[in-house]
Design a protein around this ligand. Sequence first.
Ligand code: GLU
Length: 241
Amino acid sequence: MCGIVGGVTNRDITPLLLDGLKRLEYRGYDSSGLIVLSKKNSFNRARSVGKVKNLEENLRTRKNKIKGNIGIAHTRWATHGEPIEKNAHPHISNNTISVVHNGIIENYLELKDSQIKQGYKFTSDTDTEVIAHAIDFAMQSSDSFLESVQKAITTFDGAYGLGIISPNYPNTIIATRKGSPLVIGIAKNGNYIASDQLALLPTTNKFIFLEEGDIAELNLDKVTIYDKDGIEVNRPIKTSK
Ligand code: GLU
């Protein structure tokens, strides 16, 4: 289980994602990646094997710079699939959903079989990719991002901390957790997620610790949290010194 950082902000999110990943480097990991929604509302992703400095170099040397106000990032500790670029997160489904995942989806083979029958093509060997396809599939019969994630996660056995974005909902991050930690950082310039508050310390010292099964909807100036039964809840905001 490794690192997640993400956010929706009124500034360029990429430097913050990169800095957050560096702050999570104290945990072992084998690859890293990030994805940002561009101004034209399309996914712009970079992934690199090895240290976060390789991802930094990838970002520095690429022609099309990755810029935008909303994004998610990950350091991966491979559990399913080799530590190679195509297995690094974020994963994408149908150009509609992108996800970063900490943990293990135990029933992924079963889900993968039925998703292949639904017509999904797999581009990685990870358990995580089924999460992206399951949410994309749910979204095809729902006009709510939140409801689509709520529906998809009922099919997962195992542990997850998730950050999810979609060009169809360009102002929103959905975050949820079960058996894997996830914290929300609240700031004047936006709202953030991380697997460890350390990742967000330069940006904020106000945190909400999601409880088991919680699902959160983050926008620039608003965070709404629902419990595992879908009931809107108030979780305390804690200030760290
Ligand atoms: N099980 C996922 C994978 O192998 C996530 C690993 C992690 O928590 O970093 O890609």
